[in-house]
Design a protein around this ligand. Structure first.
Ligand SMILES: [Zn+2]
Length: 399
């Protein structure tokens, strides 16, 4: 039988499916075709929710007697942007100068293609892992992410699925394959501070209450002092003011309202709840300051509106998982990867509630860009790293 041992062939099949979120585009079907000959049972649940498109997802498991390793990822891709600007068409998987071009090449059809090739080689050479391997693949990571990983995890866990470890195949390497394994992620939280003042004539400020003055004190309190200095595993918590809005076209009118919007990335010295409490506390204290509001006796009248749900911070502490993967990287490329918690959030933040999770995939340099592409040499190396990891992880057994 022809097993899908060639990551480039696997990836080409996936790139040729135009699976821009929320379209399945044939990508999950292509995966199913690769996984069935390897002994996986494949299910493709569709999840729905009012106000969002229905999304098809895939869960495949190859059952064995032993621990259970889950590979997680997504087959949906971001839009191509200006298609005419691509050197090679975005859904053609053309190869030039040792690189395969196409939307999703690194984010993250390439990672999935390599993982399947790694399992296929293991099956071909050694009969496959002594344990269970599953793939949890969503079609809704780049979109609203409502009918994707969270629901797929709940659905699978509801059927009794349990995992001992998970690897997410997102492109974690900044410059070269093997640079970086992600072992956690910072939390993220966004909000807006709205200051209500009293509108009036710029020449008669005593009759008005300029909300911009009040907002100055509040924003100052958000930015200073620093929240913390960082930890061994995490960068310092950082707050960025992303917008300040007054919307006042007149130069001689004191506006009635001013708003500042911010995003904060916080480390594991905080939880979403404690960082929110800290921000409330800072704003309450700053509201009474009169530095920018001389003569005003009432505190700044403000509201805070929290946006969306917070992303929670996490740090994986499974040494066996992390050490086995680091060692697999070292065997393939001769150096150990950095263990990092930098960057944005990912679906690992949902998986961490079920089992220890790390992230390792291709080089992220061209993700979401025109001419997204991957070196064929990287596909081969990542396949070897994944294969070595699978062999050693099952050899060592679950933690
Ligand atoms: Zn991705």
């Amino acid at each position: 039988m022809n097993l899908p041992t060639d990551p480039a062939a696997n990836l080409a099949a996936l790139i040729r499916c135009a699976s821009v979120t929320p379209a399945e585009g044939g990508a999950l079907g292509a995966l199913e075709d690769m996984l069935k000959p390897l002994g996986f049972s494949v299910e493709r649940p569709v999840f729905s929710e009012d106000g969002t498109p229905d999304i098809e997802n895939l869960y495949a498991r190859r059952s064995g007697n032993g621990p259970h390793l889950m590979f997680a990822g997504h087959t949906d891709v971001v839009p191509v942007g200006d298609e005419a600007a691509w050197t090679h068409p975005p859904f053609a998987a053309e190869i030039a100068n040792g690189e395969m071009y196409g939307r999703g090449a690194v984010d993250m059809k390439g990672g999935i293609a390599c993982f399947i090739a790694a399992v296929a080689r293991h099956v071909g050479e050694n009969g496959g892992p002594k344990g269970s391997v599953s793939l949890l693949i969503t079609g809704d990571e780049e979109g609203p992410a409502i009918n994707g990983t969270t629901k797929l995890l709940e659905w699978a866990a509801g059927k009794g699925e349990k995992w001992d470890a998970s690897i997410v195949g997102e492109p974690t390497n900044p410059d070269a394959l093997g640079d970086m394994i992600k072992i956690g992620r910072r939390g993220s939280l966004s909000g807006s501070v709205v200051v209500i003042g009293r509108q009036g004539h710029a020449a008669y400020p005593q009759l008005a209450d300029n909300p911009v003055r009040g907002l100055m004190s509040l924003v100052d309190a958000l930015l200073y002092p620093a929240f913390d200095e960082g930890t061994k595993d995490f960068q310092a918590t950082n707050l960025e003011v992303t917008s300040i809005d007054v919307g006042n076209p007149a130069t001689n009118v004191i506006p009635a309202k001013a708003t500042a919007t911010f995003n904060i990335r916080f480390n594991d010295t905080w939880t979403a709840e404690t960082i929110q409490a800290e921000i409330h506390n800072r704003l309450d204290q700053a509201a009474g300051r009169t530095k920018y509001r001389p003569g005003k006796k009432t505190p700044v009248d403000y509201d805070i509106v929290w946006r969306d749900r917070p992303s929670h911070v996490f740090l994986t502490r499974d040494d066996r998982l992390i050490e086995t993967l680091s060692q697999s990287v070292k065997t393939a490329i001769g150096r150990k990867p950095a263990l990092s918690t930098s960057g944005g959030t990912s679906d690992a933040r949902f998986i961490k509630d079920y089992c220890p999770v790390v992230e390792f995939g291709l080089v992220g340099k061209t993700m979401h860009m025109v001419d997204e592409r991957v070196a064929l040499a990287d596909l081969e190396t990542l396949t070897q790293i994944y294969q070595r990891f699978i062999e050693d992880w099952f050899e060592r057994g679950a933690a």
